[in-house]
Write a protein that binds this ligand. Sequence first.
Ligand SMILES: *Cc1c(COP(=O)(O)O)cnc(C)c1O
Length: 388
Amino acid sequence: MRDKPIPYGRQNITEADIAAVVETLKSDFLTQGPKIEEFERSFAEYVGAPYAVAVNNATSGLHLAAKAVGVCPGQKVIVTPMTFAASANCIRYCGADVAFCDIDPETYLMDTRKLAEMLENHPAGTFAGVVIVDFAGYPHNLEEVRRIADRHGLWIIEDACHAPGAWWTDSEGKQQLTGNSRWADCTVFSFHPVKHIATGEGGMVTTADPLLLERLRLFRTHGITRAPEIMDRNDGGWYYEMRELGFNYRLTDIQAALGISQLSRAGEGISRRLRIADRYDEAFRDVPGIKTPYRAGDIGHAFHLYVIQVADRKGLYDFLRAEGVLAQVHYAPLHLMPYYRRDGWKEGSLPVVEDYYAHCLSLPMYPTLTDEEQDYVIEKVLEFVAGK
Ligand SMILES: *Cc1c(COP(=O)(O)O)cnc(C)c1O
């Protein structure tokens, strides 16, 4: 047992981060100031997107994205069941229904073959859109998802909360950054402390569509605008119009300052995560009873999570906890949550994701995890598996 337990994920705050926050605290703006736009511009550049809209968390970002693409009561939207609740809840916030599509047994992402089948087996117009998730940091091939979506007139919201800095390869052999918005209508990122970039609470929505950008901004601030080109009239300098029923989903300048400082080290963080993943792969690759994460040769994994599968997952979870390693399970499938069971989802509805859930465990994965700490985690996992 260690005196300090090792968590599955944690933030990395440096003196430069602290100085950036203090500087903003001493400035004229705590919110709605210049740091927001600077953070939006830097983040858009980092993921290669034309536009980015900063929000107070990714759950708000998903809600804004759903409002922007026009989700409304009576619609049905296809969502992956292997994600955090917010990926599906944003659809319910808008009064539409959620239909889950099972996952691929290797990548754990929504199975695009099953998505295509689901669309072909229903009358045209049954589904309005699809919410995909770059689970654990494994990037979806957006060109492929777009092709399927276009055949059926769907919009795409990509929940990339696990995947800033990930990339995939398109049909011309070109690397495409996750969230660059060339295929998805909106992509959403989170700055919760366990994610790659931490601002306490925070999120970002990227898009390439100026109309979606305008709606994201409108819904972020009460549905209120001061932009003359979209107002019905203009009574003078004081005048603004509330044109939609929006929200207050703004990020503060204090958080944006922290985000800008964190973003400057995001590339380093990914390199460190990849090195940790390589070391786990090496330690576990040839061990019977441990399944390591699949990684295609032509993608850049962002490794928010390093997920292994074992036969006795609960046994391993409890053993590691007793030894001071706080591994986690990501996630109990959404369709088995009591809230979504009300729609008739039950055990056996989505066999692949249910089998994955029975065996998965996320091991510690964050840039400041030391080699010594990782060796301890590896030793304990091997000790448990050997004893079985
Ligand atoms: C963390 C997370 C969210 C929610 O992010 P918040 O910023 O905490 O609202 C949504 N989707 C996924 C996949 C996440 O991992």
